[in-house]
Write a protein that binds this ligand. Structure first.
Ligand code: ADP
Ligand code: MG
Length: 503
């Protein structure tokens, strides 16, 4: 198990406020299902396609077209629910959320208001230094994405691209258990990590495949605890919802600035209007989009084109049996199996690709050494080149080959770094490189001894000093390494130096 201290969520207070305030935050994360086809049509979901090229008749809402549920998308929602330790609802149903927008040809979005496919779950969010919180999940429902209005292609006209219309989204709704900007970002990072492990969403925020609506309110110290006891939302402050955030940095900045705005209003004796706001990163401010009073009445009703969705426990059990090892479990295993620190285990499990790479290198080798090499040498080098692990010039096989050469005593750890650099920049098999470039370690004791004897003969004064102060023997080790071009086996050199100078 992970060695974590579960602390009550530590509320973030806002510096500069006249009185004490705490933040309360709930997130609605929209995660695009990693499916090749849309939720109710066979049209492609490929990103970056020619505008309006991935549009089936049903996506364009042609008369008489009927939606057909994509089983794969349903399966991904169930997988996600299981990954978030949530209840799976064997009965769920789709509803129409009616509103007009140019990029929504149907005039409604098909969603799941009354009967979502996934119920309550929870996520462990680590806050560093061994501290963690549980954020409760309220529900996950399936819904369609809308299209995109394009305003910057023509001075006089706007265009509509329907490629995104009908793409499957999972809306993951948290309870208002998040107490500060950093925690909100840590929560989204964790959700993204789990989704990527599950393979149900690629988590790409730049492409808009993962985005969050952030609900923020402020309250007096003690009020949140009362809310938790009574589960009465009336005990919390009025919230504002900041729409469509797609970067961790903006999420934090938006929460901070929105909390400050609300506190300033409340301290001046004003009241907060429940409204939907937009964050403007250029001005670092949130602006009202629409208030609850003027909010649309969505006139939700069950979608008459779709039967309720019924799934069987057997099917759910089958999906549960196919779940991969998830981040918390993997991290705990890395710590216990490889004796690595929590920090290192965190780095290696942060992304499913990192973990897979490390496990391939560590297989049948010294795990601690493998962890060191992957984190310090490989990740360090990749970072320098801004290169993703998937595009690493050194494969897990090649790095493993380098570790094998160290283990066999063919090269020292120091030479191994040179070999790594050669493999990184030029490619090739590490063993061949060591052989053909004469990088093999000198373990021939005779050669090492000859080099050492010459150094001893040439430096009588140093020899006397070293005999008095054994700490100075290191100088001789260094000289032998230098004389052998760094190829002498350091262990052998140390032993020989000790024997000759030790007395
Ligand atoms: P809506 O559909 O109107 O957005 P939801 O019931 O879906 O309402 O809730 C949206 C989100 O707002 C949830 O994540 C919930 O936890 C959060 N939330 C509700 N009340 C508050 C509050 N007072 N402060 C902060 N977040 C809140
Ligand atoms: Mg909502």
């Amino acid at each position: 198990m992970l060695d974590l201290t579960f602390t009550a969520p530590k509320p973030k207070t806002i510096a500069g406020a006249r009185e004490d305030w705490e933040l309360v935050i709930g997130l609605e994360v929209h995660a695009q299902v990693a499916s090749k086809a849309k939720l109710f049509s066979g049209a492609s979901t490929k990103f970056g396609a020619e505008p309006n090229s991935n549009v089936a008749f049903v996506d364009a809402a042609m008369p008489g077209m009927l939606p057909v549920i994509n089983e794969f998308c349903v399966e991904q929602a169930v997988r996600t629910g299981l990954g978030l330790k949530a209840d799976i609802n064997l009965f769920s149903a789709f509803d129409r959320k009616n509103y007009f927008y140019p990029d929504l040809p149907q005039g409604y979005q098909i969603s799941q208001l009354y009967h979502p496919i996934v119920g309550e779950g929870e996520v462990l969010v680590e806050m560093g230094k061994g501290e963690a919180r549980i954020v409760r999940i309220e529900r996950i429902h399936l819904e369609q994405d809308a299209g995109k209005s394009v305003h910057d292609m023509d001075p006089n006209m706007s265009f509509v691209d329907l490629n995104r219309t009908g793409v499957a989204l999972m809306e993951i709704v948290s309870r208002p258990d998040i107490r500060g900007p950093e925690e909100a970002a840590a929560y989204v990072v964790k959700i993204r990590q789990i989704l990527r492990y599950l393979g149900t969403c690629d988590g790409n925020m730049q492409n808009g495949n993962l985005r969050a609506d952030v609900n923020v309110s402020v309250c007096r110290p003690g009020e949140y605890e009362k809310f938790r006891e009574n589960d009465d939302f009336g005990l919390l402050g009025t919230r504002c919802e900041i729409k469509n955030m797609n970067s961790m940095r903006f999420i934090q900045a938006a929460i901070d600035i929105e909390a400050r705005r609300q506190i300033a209003i409340l301290e001046d004796g004003g009241t907060i209007l429940q409204e939907t706001r937009l964050y403007d990163p250029d001005k670092n401010e949130t602006r009202s989009m629409r208030s609850k009073e003027e909010a649309q009445d969505y006139r939700y009703f069950p979608c008459p084109d779709l039967l309720p969705l019924t799934i069987t426990q057997d099917w759910v059990d089958g999906i549960a049996a196919s779940l991969p090892e998830l981040p918390d479990a993997k991290k705990a295993r890395f710590i216990s199996d490889f004796g690595m620190t929590e920090y290192d285990a965190g780095v290696l499990t942060a992304d499913v690709a990192n973990a897979a790479y490390f496990e391939a290198v560590a297989k049948g080798r010294d795990g601690k050494q493998a962890a060191n090499w992957v984190i310090n040498e490989l990740f360090g080098r990749l970072n320098k080149d801004d290169c993703a692990i998937g595009a690493s010039p050194v494969s897990a096989d090649q790095l493993g080959g380098i570790l094998d050469l160290i283990a066999r005593g063919d090269i020292s750890g120091k030479i191994a770094k040179d070999v790594f650099e050669i493999v990184y920049t030029e490619g090739g098999d590490p063993a061949d490189i060591v052989e053909s470039r004469g990088m093999k370690q000198v373990t021939d004791l005779g050669a090492i001894e000859a080099a050492l004897d010459k150094i001893i003969a040439d430096n009588p004064a140093q020899v006397d000093k070293a005999r008095e102060n054994p700490k100075l023997a290191g100088w001789f080790v260094g000289q032998v390494m230098k004389a052998t071009g760094g190829k002498a086996n350091p262990k052998a050199v140390n032993e020989l130096v000790g024997k000759k100078l030790g007395g």
